[in-house]
Design a protein around this ligand. Structure first.
Ligand code: CLF
Ligand code: SF4
Length: 445
């Protein structure tokens, strides 16, 4: 990747896996309407193209959204990106969306603007997007075949007319393709999200991947369909299942040779705040943030970002040192589960983790694979048994858990299940490689 491109994504937690350990994003929920109906979406909730289904965000006016962005820019200076991803489609609400971006760009020039859309109106607004210096745009593109599209979208509303079935899917695809090309011409970084729906588009995603790569997309995010009957979506009610983590990984691996794949997406809310793995949206509810005074300070933010960049350099040196001189050949690839609060470190107590980051280790390289959500183990002594079962199910295929601390009781249970625990407060890659060395020795290699 050339240096210019690297600089454009270096502080964007979604476009750069590395950045997501250090930088935060926030969403402002200013866009209620939508112009299509996806079968995995219930419109009582946030847009499921970039959000976890079943979540409802508080709707904001552009002025409230700009106020919120300035408050958070002061309180969380590592927040570098403001995205609009719902609760409907941002470009089905163009005035609210662009007004919000205008207000933010005017007062906080260092914040990157990010937009996520189903793509239907993208060709229409490409000039406005460029003009506002929105450098990151996501299109949710689930298929390049209108026949498949007809199974995913129940209707498409375009230029005052509603189209159903293949006809609707054709219009959507045409506009998405035009949008993709327009982003390329405008030199705007494009991420494509694809919702993986077993039996409908799972086998077909490799073709989607090929097409978007040929049309200049920068990153492909294959996300699992989440469909529960209680969400009231068409797929939820008709029993359409979502893929298993293993199935998602297999498709991601198949596409990975062709282009950069995003594997750290958290399917966050339309009002998400914080690092991707944490959810601080409750600290900034409408009632709370409207009482807060914006303390946006460009100088202070620049200093914080410089500090992060310096820390990242130190991390890199530590990582390189940890892997230097390692020459494992034909050794097994194993998975380890890491408890981290961010910063690229093993730095979280087992009992406090709400997710584990999963890394694949082969002795030479440590590669981020995915995250897995879990119920927090320490909940003041309540239902720890049931929680532990759930945690075990989430990490059953891992050989070790890397944590800053763990109690005797969970440690013994993990050991009984054949999962080792490593207590450390250090760079993830370093701890993982040290564990690997010991693991291989024990195997007798
Ligand atoms: Fe938001 Fe999306 Fe921008 Fe990121 S999220 S608009 S690109 S700033 Fe990121 Fe969240 Fe996944 Fe989206 S983790 S759901 S990919
Ligand atoms: Fe729902 Fe988003 Fe699809 Fe619109 S684009 S129907 S809000 S998932």
């Amino acid at each position: 990747m050339d240096q210019k491109l690297q600089e454009r994504i270096a502080q964007h937690p979604c476009y750069s896996e590395d950045a997501h350990h250090h930088y935060a994003r926030m969403h402002v929920a200013v866009a209620p309407a939508c112009n299509i109906q996806c079968n995995y979406c219930n419109r009582k909730y946030d847009c499921a193209n970039e959000s976890r289904p079943g979540v409802v965000s508080e709707l904001l006016t552009p002025e409230e959204a700009a106020h919120k962005a300035l408050v958070i820019a002061g309180k969380i200076p590592q927040m570098t990106v403001v995205g609009i991803a719902g609760p409907g489609d941002p470009l089905a609400n163009p005035e609210k969306t662009f007004r919000t971006f205008e207000l933010i760009a005017d007062k906080a020039p260092d914040i990157k603007l990010c937009l996520s859309t189903n793509g239907l109106m993208l060709p229409e607004y490409i000039d406005r997007i460029k003009q506002l210096n929105i450098d990151h745009v996501t299109i949710t593109l689930n298929t390049i075949d209108p026949e498949i599209g007809a199974q995913i979208y129940s209707w498409v509303h375009y230029k005052r007319k509603r189209y159903r079935g293949v006809e609707g899917a054709k219009i959507l695809l045409e506009k998405q393709m035009e949008g993709l090309q327009a982003l390329r011409e405008a030199d705007i970084l494009c991420k494509v999200n694809s919702v993986m729906i077993p039996g409908i588009n799972d086998q077909h995603l490799i073709e989607v991947n090929k097409m978007i790569r040929e049309n200049g997309a920068f990153l492909h995010n294959i996300m699992p369909l989440i469909s529960a009957p209680e969400h009231g979506t068409h797929f939820g009610l008709t029993g359409q299942r979502g893929p298993t983590p293993k199935e998602v990984k297999a498709v991601q691996d198949n596409c990975a040779g062709n282009m950069k794949m995003m594997r750290h997406c958290r399917q966050c809310r339309a009002d998400a705040v914080g690092l991707l793995g944490e959810d601080r949206s409750q600290e900034f509810s409408k009632e709370k943030f409207l009482e807060m005074t914006p303390e946006y300070d460009l100088e202070q933010r620049t200093l914080v970002h410089e500090g992060i960049e310096k820390f990242k350099e130190e991390l890199k040196i530590a990582k390189d040192k940890a892997s230097a001189g390692k020459k494992f050949a034909n050794n097994p690839k194993i998975l380890v589960a890491v408890a981290t609060k961010g910063g690229g470190l093993v730095n979280q107590h087992f009992g406090h983790a709400k997710e584990f980051q999963i890394y694949e280790v082969d002795g030479n390289q440590v590669t981020f694979v995915s995250h897995r959500k879990i119920d927090q183990y320490c909940q003041g002594g309540f239902s720890e048994e049931a929680t532990f079962e759930h945690i075990m199910a989430a990490i059953a295929d891992c050989k070790a858990v890397l944590v800053s601390k763990i109690g005797n009781c969970p440690q013994e249970k993990l050991q009984e299940a054949g999962i080792q625990t490593v207590e450390a407060y250090d760079v993830i890659e370093k701890v993982a490689l040290e564990f690997y060395e010991q693991y291989v020795k024990e195997l007798g290699n």
